[in-house]
Write a protein that binds this ligand. Sequence first.
Ligand SMILES: Cc1cc2nc3c(=O)[nH]c(=O)nc-3n(C[C@H](O)[C@H](O)[C@H](O)COP(=O)(O)OP(=O)(O)OC[C@H]3O[C@@H](n4cnc5c(N)ncnc54)[C@H](O)[C@@H]3O)c2cc1C
Length: 684
Amino acid sequence: MKLYSYHTLVLGSGAAGLAAAVRLRAEGVENVALLTEGLEQGTSINTGSDKQTYYKPSLCGATPDSPRAVAESYLVAGGADGDLALTEAATATRAFFHLVDLGVPFPRDSFGQYCGYRTDHDPARRATSCGPYTSREMCRALIREVKRRDVPILEDRVAVRLLAIPVDGEETEVPRRKLLGVVCVNCATREFEVYRAQNVVFAVGGPGGLYKRSVYPEVHTGAIGLALEIGALANGLPESQFGLASFTNLEGRRLSSGRTGATPKEFRWNVSGSFMQVVPKFVSTEQDGTTRPREFLKDYFKTPAEAHGLVFLKGYQWPFDARKALGGSSLIDLCVFYETTILGRRVFLDYRANPEGYAFSALPSEAREYLANSGAELATPIERLERLNPDAIALYRDWGVDLATEPLEIGVCAQHNNGGLAVDRWWRSVNVEGLYPIGEVAGTHGVARPGGSALNAGQVGAFRAAERIGRDALGASASPELESAFVSMAVEEVAELRRETTYAREHGYDWRVERDAFQRRMSDSGGFLRDEKRLARARTEAVEQLARLYSGKRAADRRDQSADAPVDADDVETMRNLQLCLAHKVYLDAIFDSVTAGVGSRGSQLALDPGGTTISDRFPSDWRAQEENVAFRSRVFCSYLTSKPGVDDSFATRSFWRDARPIPEPDEWFENVWRDYREGKIYD
Ligand SMILES: Cc1cc2nc3c(=O)[nH]c(=O)nc-3n(C[C@H](O)[C@H](O)[C@H](O)COP(=O)(O)OP(=O)(O)OC[C@H]3O[C@@H](n4cnc5c(N)ncnc54)[C@H](O)[C@@H]3O)c2cc1C
């Protein structure tokens, strides 16, 4: 076991972690390192969409805008705090121009105006984009800057445990911890490494590895479970975003030679924007992908035109939205989910021919106008797509998929978690000292947010955490007792992890089978359709699986493996499963608790209720939508793990609701702000 020490360790090299590394150096923190699975890993550098959106205040023309107005847009759907919304809004312009200065090609006009467009929940055309790969452009510019600033980059490392101790002192509602460091595996040397750090900027991304049907890139699993394992408090875990996405097995496909980055087994992409606006045909088949093909949408609508109009609207109403489930465009997601999950069929988009009954003249006027204005009043979906967005076709071609000759498999996929670890306005964990969750792993968003605000939030979190760490950098160094507690804890935790992997090996547990099991459970029960009975069953199964995976520590045949035996790739995935499986249980508990509290259908989730409204006669009779209980908009759902995995078999969580903090109304008189700033009171 190798031991290293840094003042601040940034864990994760997505757009958020990279920005934190840059900003920490800019704030004068010298002893900092960036530790990651790899610079080409994570969501930011591997994903995109039709027009990947970045949200910032309006910077164009005569559109009036202000931090407060942006914060208000953030809070429309509820479930989030006003102080965090105001901080994200107020720091957004600075973070945006930081990216511009680093060379991210956000478009501007000849006067230097960064004009924008409207995204969902956005009244002021605040959105901008560099095209399909905005977050990749951000990563590339930030990687250049991290290298220019000479921040050590420790690649090929997988963090497998956080080390924390309880904090003595006054009793608090949520137990407090102090973070001491991180246990990792160096996948190149196949050794354990332990990092002592006063601060860990935790930028490990969203929970991509929790779902079977997911549009997170396959390389990205996320690691929120590491923080949940040490009892970090989370906010809003039930609030995720789901929508229609394609997933294509890449086996045997010829990929473009110009592509960069690792090649996954499956290429995943949101079928938003023009993919829907050209109104493709929706076909379902038996599991072999060809038998008994059937155009199924027509079964759910009175007329073909009704279905085609809603498919068009899905283009810019991409995520599943409970408000659009009853007769709106999100009914399309429900139809796809019913075909795939309940009927056990596969669903494809076919761009080669029009759906049955397609007539341009019968489309809603909005669709006709859009297609006509774009010169896309053409005979087939593929021709329309070629005219509207040829890059969309080229993008699939790069991955060996020719939309002109083959159908594209789709499903309702998990895409983003609005919730995550609870932070204060400096992006410090609210109960784990030394932990700074930023990016998607931080839960600042509430029920819904304008499209593009995830990327902004990651940059803002990086700015805030770095500023705070830079300002506190001169704090007292740790006591010798703490240092020796750290070393003995590291030795014990590494030994425990070794016992878990030995146990798994000896008992024939295959990490692939285990991962498949919890991912399926999450997609079936913790997805966008929420049913109390299903969730209750899923939670029981989750506890059984966890007890099995955490057997090593308690096993009667408990035996220590040689302390320097190499760690192989399967061991790493077995250890990763511990935190992923634990996270899925905490998420299921959170979803169950919010459903039973009666929040109803909101955001990207639809709660089923025997007394609710029938969605469609074609669906099972118990698919009845519960109305949203709007009283919960002003409340924030909080939860944390109360058990110690491996010691206590309950894997129990505790959840509670608290009032959301309103947007603050601070003293904005310049002289007073200046004085507080000079005197450092802004950090109080
Ligand atoms: C298809 C799709 C489309 C999207 N479109 C938009 C959009 O238009 N606008 C928008 O704002 N947002 C969008 N999002 C969301 C947004 O892309 C993500 O929220 C954001 O990129 C997350 O950035 P991050 O830095 O927090 O995490 P990531 O980019 O996921 O980076 C996480 C990092 O942590 C590392 N890591 C994880 N676990 C470990 C571990 N155990 N040990 C070591 N390293 C680890 C990873 O390797 C990676 O380097 C989209 C997401 C998807 C999937």
